[in-house]
Write a protein that binds this ligand. Structure first.
Ligand SMILES: *Cc1c(COP(=O)(O)O)cnc(C)c1O
Length: 404
């Protein structure tokens, strides 16, 4: 077992050996520019790109022509939102999103606000879900885009994307979803779910970093986007720039593997996740699950451990590569805005840990992680007067701390 145990699959995943193998020839022998139309080198590169387009489109129920390659889901999200905003600004200036989207969505929306667009940030319920009804009620004649994530990267909650897509179809509003975390892990079908634009990225599904895609619907309706990157007219004019052929080949392979293994793999990962959660609950009290109990990513477990100090918890478990519910801003430790928006108090948010399991996570690693977390929390609680008082039945809110 390699230490630290990697449990941060929402941040990134290692490249699958089969993916790497598929990519290798495209760095050296098959190095052509996919846009070179005059010779064999270009044709071979183009054929490899088209094969990847097919592998990727198949995973989400799209057609090849609807897949636009980008440098990352951050770019895909920017292109989707700014591309629609600019193209449809005569029709309206209103965009609907949610409060717990990835920063690539929220910061893009904030930038548009400065340019005169109106953004509605829909609140989420205590599990982190946006309801289709809330989307329906927020749509106005000025609404040009709804952007709601498929699954949240911190708490793993999956949204009712199909129902939201249906509302958008009824109202004739373009529907974008940041599906980075769900694609390859759970069922996604752009036709069935009424999705018009979808962001996905290779490195969250055991593909390489720096390559991603935006699905852009071509019929019923045909979605038009203003380009952000000009020059050369690649990718149907929506995203110019020489294609990252080895990356795209790897992305295609990763999509194929994810599709082929999804049912078996998600089942296995979910069983490991459930085992971890059961073990934690069996040995510790005052632990709280963040996110939805069932409608969540198979590899996600987000837990608050009351009465421990978040920093000390992280420091005490250096053998685990996990993520905490606090974000270091310049000077202070801010609680995660996602946890805040589902109603987790600041104290509990600081004690939250996100475990992200994935393809290469083993039973041995999960057993190690469980005992590490449990022993660390127990140790910290033994040192905590607050925990002791709570155990003695003292209501901490009633304590007069200053003694006056
Ligand atoms: C990782 C992530 C992104 C950003 O993807 P990059 O390819 O790293 O730019 C966007 N949205 C979600 C939900 C993510 O988890």
């Amino acid at each position: 077992m390699k230490l630290p145990v990697y449990l941060d699959y929402h941040a990134t995943a290692p490249v699958d050996p089969e993916v790497l193998q598929a990519m290798m020839p495209y760095f050296t022998e098959v190095f052509g520019n996919a846009a070179s139309r005059n010779h064999e080198y270009g044709w071979t590169a183009e054929a490899a790109v088209e094969k990847a387009r097919q592998q990727i489109s198949k995973l989400i129920g799209a057609t090849e022509k609807e897949v636009i390659f980008t440098s990352g889901a951050t770019e895909s999200n920017n292109l989707a939102i700014k591309g629609v905003a600019e193209m449809y600004q005569e029709k309206g200036n209103h965009i609907i999103t949610s409060t717990i989207e990835h920063k690539a969505i929220l910061d893009t929306c904030h930038a548009l606000e400065k340019k005169g667009f109106e953004i509605t940030y829909l609140p989420v319920d205590r599990y982190g879900q946006v309801s289709a009804e809330a989307v329906r009620n927020a749509i106005t004649p000025k609404t040009i885009l709804v952007s709601i994530m498929a699954a949240n990267n911190e708490i793993g909650t999956i949204n009712p994307i199909g129902s939201i897509g249906k509302v958008c179809k009824e109202k004739g509003v373009i529907f974008h979803t940041d599906a980075v975390q769900l694609v390859g892990k759970g069922h996604v079908d752009v036709e069935e779910m009424g999705i018009d634009l979808l962001s996905m990225t290779a490195h969250k599904m055991c593909g390489p970093k720096g390559v991603a895609a935006l699905y852009v619907r071509r019929r019923n309706p045909r979605v038009r986007l203003a380009a952000m990157m000009h020059g050369g007219g690649h990718e149907r004019g929506m995203r110019s720039g020489t294609l990252n052929v080895p990356g795209i080949v790897g992305f295609g392979k990763a999509a194929e593997l994810a599709g082929r293994r999804m049912v078996e793999e998600s089942g296995r990962i979910q069983r490991l996740r459930d085992f971890l959660w059961e073990k934690i609950q069996a040995d510790l009290d005052e632990v709280y699950l963040n996110g939805h109990p069932n409608e969540r990513l198979p590899g996600n477990l987000n837990v608050s451990f009351a009465y421990v100090e978040g920093e000390s918890l992280m420091m005490g478990m250096k053998e685990l590569a996990v993520s905490s519910g606090s974000a270091c801003t310049s000077a202070s430790l801010e609680p995660s805005y996602v946890l805040k928006n589902i109603g987790v108090g600041e104290d509990l948010a600081h004690t939250s840990i996100r475990f992200g399991l994935g393809r290469f996570t083993t039973q041995e690693e999960i057993e190690f992680a469980a005992s590490k977390v449990i022993s660390t929390v127990k140790k910290l609680r033994d040192l905590s007067p607050l925990y002791e008082m709570a155990k003695e039945g003292i209501d901490l809110k009633s304590v007069n701390w200053t003694g006056h």
